[in-house]
Design a protein around this ligand. Structure first.
Ligand SMILES: [Zn+2]
Length: 427
């Protein structure tokens, strides 16, 4: 590792240590009883060592010691515990270092032993998946919503998750991460309101937890995307991030100094009614025609296409975007990107982030990123459009976002999820 990288890594490890219990804000209210234990120095060190392996693996013990700031004896004991538990594994040594000494055996997360189940509740269907400890996908399937009724949709999705679990032979499932659009009370695990689904006050977390008997974390989609970026993506070099989700809903999550900024009422990042320049879309429920949700969401785009004679009442979003070769459709898609870019410009002026990441199925259209950058520069050519990028996990980001909600807690307090780590006294 070059010296600069090592300095950055040390700074990061310092942050990990000082914030190890509340790395991303929010009270510690999840329901694992073992999470109520007082946190010992050993548990904090376990989390630090695990986060160093997450960020830098494969990595030999000597470098873990340097970055984590632990003694080499402590590193040896803690990595032995992580290996015995099956969370970390030794890779093949790359041979003795030049000169002499023992071979440097790199350690990495064991991505074959654990799984996280994920659920994204969409507007027309839900996506269920299983991912590994690096949020990489193992299995995925769509579940069509059989009704508009919240409880039956969620019970159906939980059944699909149970089926996925049965297919994960040999993997220990550490928990479930759930995302949806709309406003979510993440401490209560409840969906407060989702305009597009027409749902209010749904106890999403408890419905799934009852059915599966697993630890469940539930939050808004954009916040999951932001945590996935912090843990596995742009967070390696960015501390301030705007994660914008553009799909059936349009929502943002704001990350300030590596913490999700939730706001006084927990609704920070609600950008649905952000006015976008002179845009003329269908009339929003708020009465205006230039709300971001009406010109940039999939449903808004479809309505706009109908107004322009490019779609009929029965045309689906997928059918519309598949006609991207049609100049009028392609113009409309580029316009959508520029409107999103205008909103990104406003948000960037407010937060001055290191990075802006874009997720949701709008981002899959050809030329979307360029159109967003164009729109961002429209009001102010000096805006740093290079900070805008597509989500690190690309088209796999929906499952990664839901998994990140659970994995953030897992890496912050591994003992709560891996009881074997607490009793291990080897070394
Ligand atoms: Zn509106």
């Amino acid at each position: 590792m070059p010296a600069g990288g090592r300095r950055r890594a040390r700074r990061r490890a310092g942050r990990l240590r000082s914030g190890s219990r509340r790395a991303h804000g929010g009270p510690m209210t999840w329901r694992t009883t073992s999470s109520l234990h007082p946190v010992t120095m050993r548990q904090q060190n376990l989390a630090t060592v695990l986060k160093v392996i997450l960020a830098h693996g494969p990595i030999p013990r000597a470098e873990i010691t340097e970055i984590a700031g632990t003694s080499s004896g402590t590193t040896t004991k803690l990595t032995a515990a992580l290996i015995d538990a099956g969370v970390v594994r030794e890779l093949t040594a790359s041979g003795p270092a030049a000169g002499a000494g023992r071979p440097r055996v790199p350690l990495d997360l064991d991505t074959t032993s654990r799984a996280v189940l994920t659920l994204h509740i969409g507007v027309h269907y839900s996506l269920v998946a299983a991912v590994d400890l690096r949020a990489e996908q193992i299995l995925q399937r769509q579940v069509a919503h059989s009704s508009a009724e919240a409880e039956s949709v969620i019970r159906g999705a939980a059944e699909a998750l149970a089926e996925l679990r049965d297919q994960l032979s040999g993997r220990h499932v550490v928990g479930v991460g759930i995302t949806s659009g709309g406003s979510v009370d993440h401490t209560a695990g409840r969906l407060m309101h989702h305009a597009e689904l027409g749902w209010t006050e749904v106890p999403v977390r408890d419905l799934v937890a009852e059915q599966l008997g697993l630890e469940v974390v539930y939050d808004n989609e954009a916040r999951g995307e932001a945590l996935a970026e912090l843990t596995f993506g742009v967070g390696s070099s960015a501390d301030n991030v705007i994660a914008l989700f553009v799909g059936s809903v349009v929502e943002a999550a704001l990350v300030v100094n590596r913490q999700i900024h939730r706001g006084a009422r927990g609704i920070a990042g609600t950008v649905a009614h952000l006015p976008v320049g002179a845009a003329q879309g269908p009339r929003c429920e708020c009465g205006r025609t230039n709300c971001l949700r009406m010109v940039a969401s999939n449903t808004g785009l479809l309505a706009l296409a109908r107004e322009r004679g490019l779609a009929t009442e029965s045309t689906t979003y997928e059918e519309l975007v598949n006609r991207g070769a049609d100049a009028a459709v392609s113009d409309l898609l580029a316009l959508r990107g520029r409107w999103v870019g205008e909103a990104v410009g406003t948000l960037t002026d407010l937060l001055d982030p290191d990075a802006v990441t874009l997720s949701g199925n709008a981002t899959h259209a050809d030329g979307f990123l360029d159109a967003v950058r164009d729109g961002m520069r429209a009001a102010d050519p000096s805006r740093p459009d290079g900070i805008v990028q597509l989500a690190t996990f690309g088209e796999r980001s929906t499952a990664a976002a839901a998994a990140a909600l659970l994995l953030d807690r897992y890496f912050t307090d591994p003992v709560a999820f891996e009881p074997g780590l607490d009793t291990h006294q080897a070394g």
